[in-house]
Write a protein that binds this ligand. Structure first.
Ligand code: HEM
Length: 502
């Protein structure tokens, strides 16, 4: 909940579960830039959470100092802005007032001492009152706090004096706005709910029902560990490997997988701590012989030392730092909005039709388009890219490298080579331009490094994200109690996402 006592017009709640309020704080100079009121409109249009709102606010050049207060179902934040600098304070609960709270901003506060004192008194009373409220306090309990003096200032008839003109409680989770006009002690609560979000019917939060698909029959695990061939993708389709991994973790944390046919044997780790220790030890172990089983067991990786995931040591850091520049919060907030728009429109089609194959109709359409947008591949070429990446990846599932897969890889690399030449002459706001212009100690990256890392992003970002989405929906279908809890809002979207990624 975001409860607010002040002038209306500077706040709002959106259908994605974000509430925004604005506080006037005086300091610094006014300069050309975005008026804070427009920033609020923008945040309500694009942001889906406190995190995405903070990222968007950081990218806006504000015309004047201001504090923005944000709340979603799980966290809150105060963003203080002065002279192009931002201070962000996030917490499960926040209270703010009309002066700066960030320690290094307080000396730049320009309110006169009287206003400063009264806003400090209001701040302390609000802090104490809201702290005492239970987490599930209803709007009227919030209004009771906002009705106390000195938070509430009575209207004494003199329009030149300060007074409370309204009190507002925003319920971000349910998209509802409650307000008491004038003096909140004297007026009744008026409530407004967003059409697309109905607090009384949580099933509206997601228009789709998830039904479990009939699973293919899963064969019983062989008792003999050695009969499970991890080098064969078919193993993962035939068996539920959970009990295999449990047995390995309990009895054989370091297991020697036997050689099968021409394929050599290899070591298998299964305990989390062991894997993390190995993953972090880049002195004893190397990534330069590949990072997928098919490469590790076959020939060495031709991208070793050039592509970030299969490069060790200092060059890994250097390449990674160039790449990170392409994933700034500004770029990601733009891309995040495209992902939401794309996902919503595909789900809307499915809801209208009454059914869909999630893997095909939704999941396969989102990551590839997103990564193409990030890289700067124009929309008219995305279908072409999708065809080649599918063919390049499908070879990972087959023991032999097919000529078609080799051709597909070469097509993708050639395509990026063309893009690099174009971007060197005319850079755009995309990842290929960042890589094409990126330098380490004044030296440009080589063409091989640039195109191989583009290739890595396009392949690495598609299957991972696509399969995670599909598995999440599959798991919800298989665990209807979890789906019901999610729909009721017992579990936030953020929590569910973290769990899917875990
Ligand atoms: C659910 C989605 C994803 C999962 C589960 C996932 C998983 C992983 C894993 C396990 C690694 C480590 C690989 C290794 O060290 O050999 C990795 C590395 C990497 N991923 Fe992802 N990934 C996902 C999405 C993405 C996306 C969308 C992108 C880019 C658009 C991406 C780009 C990268 C890059 C560049 C690396 C190499 C980082 C380095 O070595 O420093 N990933 N990912």
């Amino acid at each position: 909940m975001l409860s607010f006592a002040g002038l209306l017009g500077y706040l709002g709640v959106n259908s994605r579960g974000l509430a925004v309020g604005l506080n006037l704080v005086l300091g610094g100079r006014w300069s050309p830039g975005v008026p804070p009121y427009l920033a609020i409109r923008h945040i309500l249009d694009i942001a889906t959470s406190v995190e995405s709102a903070v990222a968007a606010l950081r990218s806006l050049p504000f015309a004047s100092s201001r504090t923005i207060v944000l709340a979603d179902a799980t966290e809150t934040a105060c963003v203080e802005v002065i002279g192009g600098e931002h201070r962000v304070m996030t917490a499960p609960e926040s209270v703010h007032t009309n002066h700066f709270l960030a320690p290094d901003f307080t000396s730049r506060d320009e309110l006169n001492v009287f206003a400063h004192n009264s806003s400090l008194r209001r701040f302390q009373a609000a802090e104490a009152g809201l702290r005492d409220l239970p987490a599930d306090a209803d709007p009227d309990e919030h209004f009771a706090v906002l009705s106390q003096t000195p938070i509430c200032v009575a209207d004494d008839g003199d329009i030149r004096r300060e007074r409370t003109v309204t009190a507002v409680v925003l319920d971000a989770k349910n998209g509802a706005l409650h307000l008491r006009p004038g003096d909140p002690r004297l007026s009744r609560t008026r409530s407004f709910a967003l059409g697309s979000v109905s607090p009384s019917d949580p099933s509206h939060r997601l228009g789709l029902e998830v039904k479990p698909v009939e699973d293919l029959p899963i064969r019983a695990m062989p008792d003999d560990l050695a009969r499970v061939n991890l080098g064969d993708p078919q193993t993962f389709a035939d068996y539920d490997l959970s009990s295999y991994w449990r047995t390995l973790r309990a009895t054989r944390p370091l297991y020697r997988h036997p050689a099968v046919g021409d394929s050599p044997g290899f070591w298998v780790l299964s305990r989390y701590d062991d894997i993390v220790a190995l993953y972090r030890d880049n002195v004893t172990f190397t990534s330069e012989r590949g990072n997928v089983l098919i490469t590790l067991l076959g020939e060495s990786d031709s991208a070793a030392g050039l592509m970030v995931p299969v490069t060790d040591g200092q060059r890994h850091e250097e390449l990674r730092n160039v790449l990170l520049k392409a994933f700034s919060p500004r770029v990601l907030s733009r891309i995040g909005e495209q992902v939401r728009r794309n996902a919503r429109s595909r789900l809307a089609v499915a809801v209208d039709r009454g059914a869909c194959d999630f893997a095909l109709d939704v999941a396969s359409k989102i990551p590839m388009i997103t990564i193409c947008d990030l890289l700067g591949v124009p929309s008219q070429d995305q279908e072409y890219m999708l065809t080649f990446t599918k063919s390049a990846i499908s070879s990972d599932d087959q023991p032999e490298y097919s000529a078609a897969a080799d051709d597909a890889r070469n097509e993708i690399l050639q395509y990026f080579l063309g893009m690099v030449e174009e971007r060197r002459v005319a850079p755009q706001n995309d990842v290929v331009s960042v890589l094409a212009g990126g330098t380490v100690d004044g030296e440009f990256l080589s063409e091989d490094e640039i195109v191989l890392n583009c290739y890595s992003l396009i392949l690495g970002g598609d299957a991972t994200a696509r399969l995670t989405m599909i598995d999440s929906v599959h798991s919800f279908g298989a665990n209807p109690d979890q789906w019901a809890a999610f729909k009721r809002g017992d579990v936030s979207v953020k929590q569910a996402t973290e769990e899917a990624l875990r």
